[in-house]
Every structure is written in C-alpha cells, then in structure tokens.
Design a protein around this ligand. Structure first.
Ligand code: PLP
Length: 425
C-alpha cells in the first residue's frame, strides 16, 4: 500500500496533507514517507532472514543523511561511489565496515580514506585500478579487500543510459578476462581477493537477466575455487525496477520473489557441488528502496497556451529533477487537490532556459495557476542529481512520519550558492 493517498480529495503523505506542507515549507520540495522507506527496506531484510546476506543501499539514489540514518538503524550497509558518500555514511552514523565502494574512477585520496575507515570491500573495475589500490594499501601497511566487477554480458533490456552489463559499457571486467584478472589480483601482496560483483543495469522489471548474471557468477566462482581462489562474498548489485505508473511498462517483479529465486539457486548450487559454501550474498539496491518513498511537490506559476501545445509552467525544473531531460523518463504528475474533469492537455515545464527543461508531456490535468502538483515516485535519482543551474537553490527535503513533518534539508538560498566564489583584482 502506498503511503501517498488522497484523503477527502487532498493528497497526503502518511497523515499530513501536501497542501499544508507547501504552505509551511514552500515549493518546490521533496517529501518522503518514513513508513514507505522502512517498508521497502524490510522487503529486502525479510527475504534475507536467516541467510548470510547483507543489503548495501546504493546511496547515490538518495543520500540525505536522515534517510541514511533510518536505513543504518535497520542494519543496512551502503554501496558508495565516492569518498564524499563515505563521509556521508559516517556523518549519518552508518558502519563503514558494511560499506562497498563501487565505481570506475576511484582516486588515490578516495582509496586512502576508505582504507582508513576499513570498509568491507572495493569493487574493482579494471587492472590499472587493482594496481593503484595495491600501491595505496601497501603505502599504508594495509591489505584491501577486493571484488572484481565482472561484466556478465547479459542484456538487462532497459534504457541504454542505465544498462551497464553489456560488452559495450564502460563498467566492469569482461567475463572472458575475469579468470586472468583474478589470477593477477591474487598475486598482488596488498590485496585480499574477497568477492565477485556485478551490476547489470537499473529499472529492471524482470529478474530473468539478474538470474542469468547470477548463473554466470556461480560458474566463475566454481572455476576460481578449482584454482584455489576462494571467495567470501557474491554481490549481485542493484537494479530492481519500480512502478512509475506508466501503463506501457508493466509491473516490476516483487523484491521478495526475486530474492527467493536467488537463494533457491544458491541452495541448489550448494546441494549439487558444495560450491558456494559459506558465501555471503550482497545486494546493492537503490531505486527500489527510495523511489516510491518520495514525491516532488511543486506549484503552478502560469498556464500558457502556445500555438501547438499548452504549457503548465511550474516552480520545479530540470535542475530539481533531471530524469525526464536525461533519460526521457516518464514521471507521473498529479494534482494535490483532486479536481473535476481535466481542463486540458499540458506539457509540464520548469522556468529554466532550456527546451530540455520539461517534467512531463501531454498530460490531461485539471489545474489553474497557484495549484499544487506532485511528481510521484521521485525519491530516487531526484535530489541527488539536482543542480544549481540558473542559480536555483536546491529544494527543501522533508520526511513525514505519521502526523509529524521533519525538515531534513533546508532550501538553499542564493547567497549560499555563490559563497565559495571570489572576484579577481
Ligand atoms: C547505481 C548502482 C546501484 C543501484 O542501482 P538501482 O537500480 O538504483 O538499484 C547498485 N550498484 C551499483 C554499482 C550502481 O552503480
């Protein structure tokens, strides 16, 4: 059940009306539901009950400290892609020893920071990265735990910008090079070969490609075992899709069903070959933890009737939510106060000076200037991709918990945006 629902014709987040939130905190604003967040995490945690498994939330989807703290308190680990994200985990009270470090371009400073905090594992994506990490760890007198991110070359059947597991992508080590790369890693004195990892894409509605990737990882783990390289964990990445409300897409696989199938395969593998004995399973979900946890609340500034189209100009823009401009993503827009019949078909656009600045196209809406709209399912890759383009301060962020509203990030004010700049003499 969604925590965002109409009560007496007004959209609420849990027990609080979004009209009241707009009045008190202004717009645009990201509004999250704590109950939805905890429900989503529980769908992973429950399916992992009694298993040697760890859920490392991919925090690039939404890295607000309050969200990280809520998840850390449920036992979550974190999948990070920068040193900055590690500092966020620490600031939120998360456990660095449950942190996995992903990404193709880790700097030496980032490696050092992560080693200082003794993170669980580096997901390494290339041979030069193995050497760099070995050098950095050696200079600190440490051993770095590593996984290789293997590219299983399965088609995730998703948008090309968010498919990552194909040969043509920049990510990972080719499946055919994996064994040789593991042998090379095992020779490096300051690395501890701990795991294997893949992440084939995002917004996958079907888990078949993920299970195919799992089979390929199992094949490699067996081949490595035969050479005396025994792994501590197997990391399947993230990628489970969510329902954005676009009828063309169909429904995503339920998280519990997917995890159930993963564990069933692992059990069968164990039974058949004693392979994978004592191996920990790691998941790195992002979107499926936070996507439907949030909405972007915005106000209609103007209605403009163009020659070919009607525009609904709102106070949120592509700097607040980049997904439509970046991926042509379809995001659901709904009025906060349920109206009568739609008054027209609109493109919902922001005030930014770019034709790419649109949030939704060809939507039948009953709206007038001053009305509130929400972009639904905006909790993932929304605020974290926000920018200050056009010197627009980023939106406020709020978490609703029952009848309570917590401001978890203040709206940025313009003076903050240029505070780090200076004039030349
Ligand atoms: C982005 C990312 C994830 C999370 O993907 P979702 O589709 O949001 O679940 C997990 N692992 C890695 C390495 C990523 O880059």
């Amino acid at each position: 059940m969604s925590q965002f629902s109409y009560q007496n014709g007004v959209l609420h987040a849990e027990g609080v009306s979004l009209s009241a939130i707009a009045e008190q905190y202004g717009t645009p604003a990201y509004v999250y539901s704590k109950a939805q967040l905890l429900d989503n995490f529980a769908s992973y945690a429950d399916a992992c009950q009694g298993r040697d498994a760890l859920v490392c939330y991919a925090m690039k989807a939404n890295s607000n400290l309050a969200i990280l703290d809520l998840l850390a308190r449920q036992g979550a680990g974190f999948d990070i892609v920068s040193g900055g994200e590690l500092l966020r985990v620490i600031a939120a009270g998360g456990d660095p020893q449950k942190v996995i470090f992903s990404g193709v371009g880790k700097s030496m400073e980032e490696m050092r920071l992560a080693l200082e905090h003794d993170i669980l594992c580096f997901n390494v994506e290339s041979i030069p990265e193995l050497h760099r990490l070995n050098d950095v760890a050696g200079s600190m007198g440490k051993k770095a735990r590593v996984s290789l991110r293997v590219n299983p070359n399965v088609d995730a059947k998703t948008h090309p910008y968010i498919a990552t597991g194909l040969k043509a992508n920049k990510f990972g080590v080719a499946f055919t090079d994996a064994l040789a790369t593991y042998r090379a890693a095992a020779q490096l004195p300051h690395l501890n070969v701990a795991g294997i990892d893949c992440h084939i894409g995002s917004q996958l509605l079907d888990d078949a490609p993920l299970l195919e990737a799992l089979d390929k990882l199992i094949e490699l783990i067996d081949a490595l075992g035969a050479e005396g390289i025994h792994l501590h964990h197997l990391d399947l990445g993230g990628g489970i899709g969510i329902d954005y409300g676009d009828e063309e897409d169909g429904a995503p696989v339920p998280v519990g069903d997917y995890l159930g199938r993963v564990f069933k395969r692992i059990d069968a593998w164990r039974a058949a070959s004693h392979g994978g004995k004592g191996i920990k399973v790691i998941f790195e979900p992002g979107r499926s933890i936070v996507g439907n946890t949030g909405v972007l609340l915005t106000k209609v500034e103007f209605i403009k009737h163009g020659e070919e189209k009607n525009f609904c100009i709102v106070d949120a823009a592509m700097n607040d939510m980049a997904r439509p401009a970046l991926y042509q993503a379809w995001m659901d827009m709904q009025p906060v106060v349920q109206g009568d019949a739609p008054v027209g078909t609109f493109d919902v656009v922001g005030p930014i000076c770019e034709s790419g600045d649109w949030l939704a196209r060809d939507r039948a809406l009953a709206i007038a200037p001053g009305d509130l709209l929400v972009m639904k399912t905006a909790g993932a890759y929304g605020m974290t991709m926000a920018s200050n383009y056009n010197t627009r301060g980023r939106a406020a962020e709020l978490i609703v918990d029952g009848a309570q509203v917590h401001l978890v990030r203040q709206r940025e004010n313009p003076a903050d945006l240029f505070a780090l700049e200076s004039l030349i003499k």
